[in-house]
Design a binder for this molecule. Structure first.
Ligand code: URA
Length: 211
């Protein structure tokens, strides 16, 4: 597993406003969108391209375009949905699938409650969107899911990660596939309720309210 921590003053600034408990939902949603667009630039660095013949007004040339099959962007519901527009803004040719996973608050295990993904992901580059990499359980389950269906490359885009969760993903992903985590910051630890410390609270609740 490769880890890429975005190191940029704009990311630090936006993340600080995002973490602030007084930031209202509307601003929170806007900032998540902006942050993901910045992270998407880093996350797509390894995307495969193929040659494309074009003519400029001056002469023919060989350019590059994103190679087929199209990348697949998969927000992990519910909080990952807040990251979708920021990602597809930079990757408009991507297809979008959905994976609904939630944490069982007693066992802290990931439970899949919705799935709208192609069965065959052979050769696809899959971008998983999940703002909070906490215990790592959800992300490991999602990575397993897409790798079993043939994904060639998996990039998880997260806002915050806990060291404990990164370790779990690292141990589970081994070297069987190219797995990269792109994250705005790695925080201190998890608390006893598996929340990231200092974190930003419950990302889903802050995006969409407590429902
Ligand atoms: N999920 C969240 O929304 N926040 C955390 O801190 C951990 C998991």
């Amino acid at each position: 597993m490769r880890l890429h921590v975005a190191d940029h003053p704009l990311v630090d600034h936006k993340l600080t406003v995002l973490r602030d408990e007084t930031t209202p939902s509307a601003t929170f949603r806007l900032l998540v969108d902006e942050l993901v667009t910045l992270l998407a630039y880093e996350a797509t660095r390894g995307i495969a391209t193929e040659p494309k013949e074009i003519r400029t007004p001056i002469q023919p040339m060989t350019g590059a375009r994103i190679a087929a099959p199209a990348p697949l962007v998969v927000p992990i519901l519910r909080a990952g949905l807040g990251m979708l527009d920021g990602m597809t803004r930079l990757l408009p040719t991507a297809e979008v699938g959905f994976l609904g996973m939630m944490r069982d608050e007693e066992t802290l295990q990931a439970v899949t409650y919705a799935n709208r993904l192609p069965d065959d992901l052979t050769g696809r580059h899959v971008f998983l969107l999940d703002p909070m990499l906490a215990t790592g359980g959800t992300l490991v389950a999602a990575i397993d899911y897409v790798v079993e269906r043939g994904a060639r490359e998996v990039t998880a885009v997260c806002l915050l990660a806990a060291p404990e969760g990164l370790k779990v993903v690292e141990e589970a992903s081994g070297d069987r596939v190219n797995v990269e985590i792109v994250v705005a910051a790695v925080d201190e630890r998890l608390n006893e309720k598996a929340y990231i410390v200092p974190g930003l609270g419950d990302a889903g609740d802050r995006l969409y309210g407590v429902v």
